[in-house]
Design a binder for this molecule. Structure first.
Ligand code: ATP
Ligand code: MG
Length: 319
């Protein structure tokens, strides 16, 4: 069983008649690192939450023949509008959010220990009573993400980037095999964003975690994720190599919305001929947004050359 995420015919409406996800099917193999991009409101968070088994997808209409279903790590996480996620399966899935989701007044160390809840008796764990061995595991994870020196500080006293790294450390101690992250860098400055993305890539490469990460900016998708799934109005507009995401191609998919997907300083860098260099990729993409040839794009520098002071000034800072 190679697929870590297998979603078939997934639809979702929060309100009757307003379709947010429209018959989405996708599959992620073990060891992949895949970006999910799309303009605001395209359905990224809804899809991520559905895959994580946090919200139910639509139940089938009519005779049930079209029941959407999602399997994660070979087990059903939901089917036809019913979440069926066991505690054991949940422990194998790490979920990271834009807002870090730490308990604000507890130390980073205790927050990271909460990743062990699936493995320690819940009476002790929910009270935040962890033994020395458990704390040692959490400390190792904090060291791995580079914030061990802050272990005893309250999480809400730390910067956004540090809190997000603690949330990643929590997934590490949890022993997650799949990491699903919903815009983990959306409220971080460029340096913290890079550190967080470097960590996700490191866990993908060195720990074999499969990673699905939604991102608002295509530059990060191109730098860190070999494959990108692009959502538009609840449908998959493209699923293939990230290297195909030229400005022209994104403009074709998204029209004026595509501007939202680039960092503010990106246009200027392109005009200076700095950063990314694309070959002509258009011919290789068929009308359904599927890739038909190996990519021929050369990216000599990381696109982050464009993410400097001007980006920070543009106001995506919180750390
Ligand atoms: N709980 C909800 N109730 C009703 N509508 C919702 C709910 N959550 C999301 N929606 C709607 O579903 C659509 C998709 O929202 P979603 O949050 O999945 O998009 P997104 O791609 O994550 O956007 P963003 O980039 O702004 O985070 C939007 O039109 C949104 O208003
Ligand atoms: Mg969202």
């Amino acid at each position: 069983m190679d697929a870590v995420i297998e979603a078939r015919g997934v639809s979702k409406s929060y309100l009757r008649g307003v379709i947010v996800l429209d018959d989405i099917s996708l599959s992620l193999k073990r060891g992949e690192m895949v970006a999910l991009i799309g303009a605001s409101g395209s359905g990224k968070s809804t899809l991520i939450r559905s895959i994580a088994g946090l919200i139910p997808i639509d139940s089938p209409r009519g005779n049930g023949a079209n029941a959407g279903q999602i399997h994660v790590l070979g087990q059903p996480i939901q089917r036809g509008g019913r979440i069926s996620c066991s505690r054991a399966l949940r422990a194998r899935i790490g979920v990271i959010f834009q807002q870090f989701n730490l308990v604000p007044r507890l130390s980073l160390l205790t927050n990271v220990c909460f990743g062990l809840l699936g493995r320690v008796p819940s009476a002790r764990g929910t009270l935040g009573r962890f033994n020395d061995d458990e704390k040692r595991i959490a400390m190792q994870a904090l060291a791995r993400v580079g914030i061990a020196e802050h272990a005893l500080r309250r999480s809400n006293d730390l910067s956004g980037g540090q809190q997000q790294r603690a949330a990643i450390a929590r997934s590490l101690v949890q022993g997650a095999e799949l990491l699903i992250a919903d815009e983990p860098i959306a409220s971080l400055d460029p340096a913290s964003s890079r550190r967080v993305m470097d960590l996700l890539a490191d866990m993908n490469r060195n720990d074999g975690l499969t990673v699905l990460v939604s991102l608002h900016q295509v530059e990060y998708a191109m730098k860190y994720c070999p494959r990108t799934i692009a959502l538009k109005d609840g449908k998959i507009a493209y699923d293939g190599p990230s290297s195909a995401l030229t400005p022209a191609f994104l403009n074709r998919i998204y029209g004026a919305e595509s501007e939202e997907l680039f960092l503010p300083s990106f246009g200027a860098a392109l005009e200076q001929g700095d950063g990314l260099h694309w070959a002509d990729t258009e011919a290789a993409i068929d009308g359904n947004g599927h890739w038909s040839e190996p990519p021929t794009i050369v990216i000599p520098h990381a696109p982050t050359v464009a993410m400097t002071k001007s980006h920070a000034k543009a106001g995506r800072l919180s750390a």
